[in-house]
Design a protein around this ligand. Structure first.
Ligand SMILES: C[S@@+](CC[C@H](N)C(=O)[O-])C[C@H]1O[C@@H](n2cnc3c(N)ncnc32)[C@H](O)[C@@H]1O
Length: 335
């Protein structure tokens, strides 16, 4: 059977030296930040940089340091990216990534000097408190990525959030509060100005972290090459499908739906959620006819997924369904 797929692992991706916005999924994990910045310098992280005005101001004031910013809002990322280019800020890299995942994936032990969180989303309802970033597990994770004596710095207008963060810091067992005046630019972010105008109190908290004895949670493992399975048989025009939920270790693969590509009889698509704790990915798995009755099942590169154990599990779940429900025969499992 002539079923060949290129299984050579690609060389680690290194972005151009002047790139401000980094495709974090394509980088090596943890990231070799000194290669990205082209030098070794103290590294600081900011979570939720919004329009980036604090980020730019601080980076210009500290050309001797390097700064990484994380955001989940596309609009904010675009705004901040334009600002960095316009203001000629060379020591900032921006990533569209959620902090809970990025801190674990992208930073080696002790890589960071500080983590700044200015005006985090407060999630004011009690039942939503689990969405807040500064919870005990995050402090413990951060403690492993910060160098000894590294800090988490919080600015907020929301007193219940501040009280919550203090309690969670104490509960984490790795944090000590330290009284410190905020640098002026902290209370001049977009949100700081908005809350000040509304007469809200602005608070600043510094937590000094010590990760001694905290087990290091490694980045979620990724595998190259792309997982795939080879199958043989004939796909029918239709097949009964019901949502599949498949455990993969501590994670879950959910295959929500299957669809045949319009006008084609050689391609089926499966919409899948990979739920690995903090890392949740929406991906497509495809079953594609190669020739005759030979089929390959693989992860689509669409969406630039991280190839994690659950991603491999998704290829397995779809292959098993094609075998068990549709009647194809799995001839090779490479996942
Ligand atoms: C209230 S705004 C504050 C923005 C900015 N720091 C300021 O002070 O103007 C909170 C920001 O955090 C971002 N954010 C929320 N959750 C996040 C997460 N898990 N990781 C990274 N950014 C996040 C939101 O998209 C939003 O831009």
């Amino acid at each position: 059977m002539d079923l060949v797929i290129d299984t050579t692992a690609p060389a680690p991706f290194l972005p151009p030296s002047d790139a401000v916005l980094l495709p974090w999924r394509r980088l090596e994990h943890p990231v070799a930040w000194s290669s990205v910045f082209g030098r070794t310098a103290p590294l600081h992280l900011e979570v939720g940089f919004g329009d980036g005005r604090f980020t730019a101001r601080r980076a210009l004031a500290h050309p001797e340091d390097d700064f990484v910013g994380l955001e989940v809002s596309s609009t904010s990322v675009q705004r901040a990216w334009r600002r960095m280019r316009r203001d000629g800020v060379g020591n900032v890299r921006l990533l569209k990534a959620p902090a809970e995942v990025a801190v674990r994936q992208l930073f080696a032990a002790g890589a960071l000097r500080s983590i700044t969180v200015n005006f985090p989303d407060p999630w004011p309802k009690e039942r939503h408190a689990h969405h807040r970033l500064l919870r005990a597990p995050f402090f413990r994770l951060a403690a492993t990525r910060l160098a000894p004596g590294g800090e988490v710095r919080l600015a907020s207008d929301h007193l219940p959030y501040v009280a919550f963060a203090r309690d969670e810091a104490a509960r984490s067992g790795v944090a000590r509060r330290e009284r410190r005046d905020p640098p002026p630019e902290v209370f001049e972010t977009k949100y700081a100005l908005k809350w000040r105008e509304q007469g809200k109190p602005l608070c600043y908290e510094v937590f000094v972290l010590d990760g001694t004895g905290v087990p290091f949670e490694p980045p979620i493992a990724r595998s190259d090459p792309m997982p795939h399975a080879l199958l043989a048989g004939t796909l029918p025009a239709d097949a009964p499908f019901a949502k599949l939920v498949v455990p993969v270790g501590d994670a879950h693969v959910v295959v929500h739906e299957a669809a045949r590509a319009l006008g084609r009889d050689d391609r089926w698509l499966f919409r899948v959620t990979l739920d690995e704790g903090e890392l949740v990915q929406q991906v497509l798995v495809v079953a594609q006819r190669r020739q005759g009755d030979e089929w390959i099942v693989r992860l689509e590169s669409f969406g630039d997924p991280l190839v994690t154990p659950a991603a491999r599990g998704a290829v397995g779940a779809v292959s098993d369904w094609l075998e068990g429900t549709v009647g194809l025969r799995v001839v090779a499992r490479n996942y």
